[in-house]
Design a protein around this ligand. Structure first.
Ligand code: PLP
Length: 450
C-alpha cells in the first residue's frame, strides 16, 4: 500500500533510516485510516499541526517563559510561545494563558499546586459518574496530596422528556456547604450534556471556594461557539489541545491576570522542566485553525453528528445515559440491549470489526471499571474525516449488528469490510479513490470547508 507514513512532516522520509519504527508508524497510519475512530478524546490533526510537532523546535531547551529563560538562543522560541499564548487568549477571550502543560493531567495538577495547600479539600465529580482520574482517583497522586469529596448525577427517571442523569446541583451545593472545599472542579470525561459554569460559580461563591473548569473534552466546542464558555466565570480553565480542539497532544491553562504568576510558577518550575516547544508551536497552529470560520462549522457538525448517532443508537435498542447528547459523545448503557454484554466484551468485539471505541463506567455501574456496562463513543475524529449524519446512522447499524451477532465470525468479517470501504470513502488524510473526500487535503494542507 502506498500510504504516506505520516503526513505533512518534512522529516518523514528520514524514518526510512529506521525501518522498524517506519513500519510501525505506517501500520498505525493504516489502522487509523482504515478503521473507525470513535474514541471521544481523539481526533485527526491537520498536516500543519503534524509538521510543527515534527520540527526542529524539539531540539531547544527553553525552561522559563518568553523574555525570561534560563538558556540562551530563545529569541525565536519566545516569539513562538508568545504567539501561542496570544492566540489562546484571543480564541477564548481569556486574560492569561499558559501553553506549556505537557498534558491535560499536568494542567490540572498545576492548578491544584497553584491554588491549594497540601491537604486542602476539593469538590469534584465522582469518577464513576464521569470525573477524571485527576479529580481525586485513589490511583492518582491528586488523592494523596489533597482531600477530594464528590458530587454526581441525578438518578435516571425512565421519563423520556426528563431522563435525569444530569449534574445534581442540589448535591453540589449540599456537599459544598458541609465540606467547605477550597476549590470546586467542574468538568467531566464522560458526560454527554452541556456543562454550564454559572451554577458552579454561584455555589463556589456561597462557600468561598475557587472554581476550576476542566474543559478537556469540550474545548473545541467552546472555541467553535457551540458550547457556553466558562472563561470569565470560572477562576481558572484547564483544557487539552488534542480532543475536540484538534491540536497536538497537550494541555493548557487559562486564568485571570491576577492568577497568572501563581499558575505560571506552578507549571514551571513547580511541576515541569523544559517545555515542549515543538508542541507549543503546534498548539499555536491549532489555535489559529480554531479561529477560522470553518472551525465553527466543524464544531456544529460534530454536535449534529453526535445527535444523529444518538438517535440511531437508540433505534438499535441501546439506552443512552441522560437520554442523548449535547456534545461530541454518547455514553451507551449496554444492559438494555443485552444484559449479558459487558463494556469490555463490546469493546473487544467492535475492535475486531474495525470499530474503535472504549468501554466506560455508567453512573452507578454494577460492574468494575475494568469490565463496565457502558461504551463511550465520540464523533470528533470522523467528523474531521468528513462523515455526516447519514454515515452516523450507518455506523450505529454496524455497531448493533456486530454486537447482536458477536459470536458469528462471518458477521465480524463482513462488518470489517464495510468499515474499510466507509473509511476509504471518508479519508482523514488525502483523497478518496475517485478524488472525493473531505478530510485534510494534503495538497493544500487545509480542510475542505463543508
Ligand atoms: C482527557 C482529560 C484530562 C487529561 O488529559 P491528558 O492529556 O490525558 O492528561 C483531564 N480532565 C478531563 C476531564 C479529561 O477528559
Amino acid at each position: 500500500m502506498g500510504h504516506p507514513v505520516t503526513t505533512g512532516s518534512p522529516f518523514t522520509r528520514w524514518l526510512e533510516a529506521d525501518p522498524e519504527v517506519a513500519r510501525l508508524v505506517t501500520e498505525e497510519y493504516d489502522r487509523q485510516t482504515s478503521t473507525l475512530q470513535l474514541i471521544a478524546s481523539e481526533n485527526f490533526t491537520s498536516p500543519a499541526v503534524l509538521a510543527a510537532t515534527g520540527s526542529v523546535l524539539t531540539n531547544k531547551y527553553a525552561e522559563g517563559y518568553p523574555g525570561s529563560r534560563y538558556y540562551g538562543g530563545n529569541r525565536i522560541i519566545d516569539e513562538i510561545e508568545e504567539l501561542a499564548r496570544r492566540r489562546a487568549t484571543a480564541l477564548f477571550g481569556a486574560e492569561h494563558a499558559n501553553v506549556q502543560p505537557h498534558s491535560g493531567a499536568n494542567a490540572n495538577l498545576a492548578v491544584y499546586h497553584a491554588l491549594l495547600e497540601p491537604g486542602d479539600t476539593v469538590l469534584a465529580m465522582r469518577l464513576d459518574h464521569g470525573g477524571h482520574l485527576t479529580h481525586g482517583s485513589p490511583a492518582s497522586v491528586t488523592s494523596r496530596n489533597w482531600r477530594f469529596v464528590s458530587y454526581g448525577v441525578t438518578p435516571p427517571t425512565g421519563d423520556e422528556d426528563h431522563p435525569g442523569e444530569v449534574i445534581d446541583f442540589d448535591q453540589v451545593r449540599d456537599v459544598a456547604k458541609s465540606e467547605q472545599p477550597r476549590l470546586i472542579v467542574a468538568g467531566s470525561t464522560a458526560y454527554s450534556r452541556t456543562i454550564e459554569a454559572e451554577p458552579f460559580r454561584q455555589i463556589a461563591d456561597e462557600v468561598g471556594a475557587r472554581l476550576m473548569f476542566d474543559a478537556a473534552h469540550p474545548a473545541g466546542l467552546i472555541a467553535g461557539g457551540v458550547h457556553p464558555s466558562p472563561v470569565g466565570v470560572a477562576d481558572v480553565v484547564t483544557f487539552t489541545t488534542h480532543k475536540t480542539l484538534r491540536g497536538p497532544r497537550g494541555g493548557a491553562v487559562l486564568c485571570r491576570a491576577d492568577l497568572a504568576k501563581k499558575v505560571d510558577g506552578a507549571v514551571f518550575p513547580g511541576l515541569q522542566g523544559g517545555p515542549l516547544e515543538h508542541v507549543v508551536a503546534a498548539k499555536a497552529v491549532a489555535f489559529g485553525e480554531a479561529m477560522a470560520p470553518e472551525f465553527a462549522r466543524y464544531a456544529r457538525r460534530v454536535v449534529e453528528n453526535a445527535k444523529a448517532f444518538a438517535a440511531a443508537l437508540s433505534a438499535e435498542g441501546f439506552r443512552l445515559v441522560s437520554g442523548g447528547t449535547d456534545n461530541h459523545m454518547v455514553l451507551v448503557d449496554l444492559r438494555a440491549f443485552d444484559p449479558e454484554l459487558t463494556g469490555k466484551t463490546a469493546q473487544e468485539v467492535l475492535d475486531r470489526a474495525g470499530i474503535t471505541c472504549n468501554r466506560n463506567t455508567i453512573p452507578d455501574d454494577p460492574r468494575s471499571p475494568f469490565v463496565t456496562s457502558g461504551l463511550r463513543l465520540g464523533t470528533a475524529a470522523e467528523t474531521t474525516a468528513g462523515m455526516g449524519p447519514d454515515q452516523m446512522a450507518v455506523v450505529a447499524a454496524l455497531i448493533g449488528r456486530t454486537l447482536r451477532r458477536r459470536d458469528d465470525e462471518p458477521t465480524l468479517a463482513a462488518v470489517r469490510e464495510e468499515v474499510r470501504s466507509l473509511c476509504a470513502a471518508f479519508p482523514a488524510y488525502g483523497s478518496a479513490p475517485g478524488g472525493g473526500g473531505s478530510g485534510w487535503s494534503l495538497e493544500r494542507g487545509t480542510a475542505r470547508p463543508r
